[in-house]
Design a protein around this ligand. Structure first.
Ligand SMILES: Nc1ncnc2c1ncn2[C@@H]1O[C@H](COP(=O)(O)OP(=O)(O)OP(=O)(O)O)[C@@H](O)[C@H]1O
Length: 274
């Protein structure tokens, strides 16, 4: 453990494990505030790609500075073997994946969650950062229930107008243009958030398959349906927004800012305009 780190923080129990390291709850000894400490073991980084990935994540998070719907990074400590990142603390074990394991969520709750998620994504896009792996496991909640978008390990810069490439993401949530191997832009995050919103309302994902290949084929077809048994009580406003987020034509797909201005989001799911 870095000496500089232990002068300022007491590192407590482990609350999570990732590919490159472990996450601990920690206490700032002078302010008594709680944080999360992600300790990356530099010795397990196999090659330059791993190293680049680990170095890029904190740089990206620092550029996003503090936003209420993004896990912020506060400090970094480095010693010979580890890089320790002090971040906002979220509730261990409570993420959107966990919440969705209970099935569909009520429409108003889904609207509030979608609005916070889109606030976080819109902030990234304003700063020229595309998250590229928006999925329920990366949507955490802090101790007062505030949503925090996490895990910027796959994020990429697009700020200078350049397109992005490379297949990144997770089968159910990845946008069709990513799978097609074409250049893409930040609207891939809006697609992924649309998949999350659909799953919150229906209790199952919009593009389904038994294997990763089957899921990819369903995503590529992009055939958006609203089965009656799952959507009979879902408002027309919610379905309108889903069509605009899960639109295969990228030029017609809503941007994050447009999603935030949609009446279903502005009315917190209580929209009577449709
Ligand atoms: N700020 C945080 N507050 C509370 N728990 C966290 C926080 N960040 C991460 N975690 C928990 O720690 C686990 C590991 O996180 P980490 O970011 O190291 O890896 P990951 O995103 O799951 O995977 P990978 O290393 O492949 O990117 C997460 O699944 C989550 O449960």
């Amino acid at each position: 453990m870095s000496e500089a780190l232990s002068r300022v923080y007491e590192v407590c129990e482990e609350i999570g494990r990732g590919q490159f390291g472990r996450v601990f709850r920690c206490l700032n000894l002078s302010t008594n505030e709680l944080f999360a400490c992600k300790s990356i073991d530099k010795r397990v980084l196999a090659d330059s790609i791993d190293r680049e990935c680990v170095e890029k994540e904190p740089k990206t998070m620092l550029c996003l500075s503090s936003h209420p719907n993004i896990v912020s990074i506060h400090e970094a400590y480095e010693d010979d073997s580890h890089l320790h990142l002090i971040m906002d603390l979220c509730e261990p074990g409570l993420d959107l994946y966990q919440l969705l394991s209970g099935g569909a969520v009520p429409e108003q709750e889904a609207s509030v969650i979608a609005a916070s998620l889109m606030e976080g994504i819109a902030h990234c896009h304003r700063r020229g950062v595309c998250h590229r792996d928006v999925k329920p496991e990366n949507v955490l909640f802090d101790s007062v229930g505030r949503l925090k978008l996490a895990d910027f390990g796959s994020a990429e810069w697009f700020g200078d107008g350049r397109g992005m490439s490379g297949v990144v993401g997770t089968p159910y949530y990845v946008a069709p243009e990513v799978l097609q191997g074409r250049e893409y832009n930040e609207k891939v995050d809006v697609w992924s958030a649309g998949v999350i919103l659909y799953t919150m309302l229906a209790g199952f994902p919009p593009f389904y398959g038994e294997t990763a290949q089957d899921i990819f084929e369903a995503v590529m077809r992009g055939n958006l349906r609203f089965p009656f048994r799952a959507f009979r009580n879902v408002s027309a406003g919610a379905k309108d927004l889903l069509r605009r987020m899960l639109c295969r034509d990228v030029s017609r797909r809503f941007s994050a800012e447009q999603v935030l201005r949609h009446s279903w989001i502005l009315s917190a799911g209580d929209d009577t305009n449709f």
